[in-house]
Write a protein that binds this ligand. Sequence first.
Ligand code: BG6
Length: 501
Amino acid sequence: MLAERDRKLTSLPRPASSRALLWGGATASSQYEGAFAAGGKGLDTQDVRPYLPRTSDATTATRLLTRSAVERAKTDTRGAYPFRTASDGYHHLEEDIALLQELGIDIYRFSISWARLFPMGDEPEPNPEGLAYYDRVFSAVRKAGTKVFLTLTHYALPLHLVEAYGGWTNRALIDLYARFARVVFERWGDAIDYYLPFNEINAGYFSPWNGVGLIKPEDGEYNQSDVFQSLHHQFVASARVIQMQREIAPACQSGCMVADFCYYPHTCSPEDNLKTVREEQVNQWLAVDVLARGYYPGYVDRFFAEHGIRIELGEDDLELLARYTCDFASISYYQSSVCSTSETAEHTAGNLVCTVKNPYLQATEWGWQIDPVGLRTALNKLYDRVRKPIFISENGMGARDVLERDGGGKPVVHDPYRVDYLARHFEQIDEAVADGVDVIGYIMWGVIDIVSAGSCEMEKRYGVVYVDADNHGNGSFERIKKDSFAWYRDFIRARHEGTTR
Ligand code: BG6
């Protein structure tokens, strides 16, 4: 009897969980390219973010810009603006792709700078120098035999669209964005394997400057209707782009991406648990429900009503969202989070959100709580929700690496903590696959050191390749392989040979 039931179970249709995972690495244009004024590029929202020495509110001040901060940045010639130089990837393109080829990654995630292609964002035709630069990028990546995972926009928005249009609150951005996307798909569609219309689309709630290009009122909080109206426009823009891509470049796989916070209730009290469910719904699942399932979920009505949020929908928006859902879902995952109804619980930092401290976990120097098992949990929960293939489009460890000289004077970086972090997360990905989650691949964040998007520092490094630059944009920009480079290269090689480590 049991055997009969087991046979029935194993013959159920199953997802392709035994597919060989793709192992990758990522950068984002604003955090990597630098050369902010080269080749006719326009100013974007990241170019005006200053480096502020670390204090309790430095991250907030450089993440949520007011109009006066923007004005100051435009004429400031003395302050440090790390995104303007970033890793100088613009001038190290071929060298960096050769390093990635040596590393042996299957897939490279990068983004296109909207302001390099359309310096103001609203020109009728793209900038020829921008096109020429990305021609070189696509051709170098393809020549290296690496698949392409493209993020159409990763936070950086042409500054003109913020100042003249009000960022994504303005519905006009949908058409301007579609114009930008059309150029990308017509020119490079054949070379793109996977893509995201937007990086971490839920970042718009927590980081409205980065996410949706909203200026912070000088003396107050963001208007939440503006934030959610902007997000709605990005949802519609995502669906429009998917529709367009399926016509122009049907072989590409479209995705959606959220920052995953993997919430745990602080205690088993029903109140803590309910709060966890509700935070998870709004902070994390809302975008997934709209973009992967194709509808605004019911819980949003109550949330909007309780917070006085009103948004306007275009006549065909809901139909468009229902028809053009993404092919795969993806997450960035850096830490798990804890929810509590207690007002005195101790907090710590995390990606985009602050969380209650978890006594079972250790944290990075930036307070992000390291939780490999949480990645397995996150993958299971997301897959249960969407039943679509999942990409881990970002994960990694931000640390202050130390550049040293070995006995022969050669520069070296010993980063055993990063190897440990990666190995423990990779084990949990295997567990999630064994759980039945259909994982397409894993992409290591900031594979070559880049500027941090949250705190605007170079010294928070994620890469397996060190870039000799500091928070002020000084340095030789020399590339140095860290110890983790050889470890990741050997790991990927072993996976390709069909063995596990
Ligand atoms: C994600 C972003 O939020 O986290 C990246 O998509 C970012 O752009 C990454 O760099 C890590 O955050 P941070 O603040 O350490 O750079």
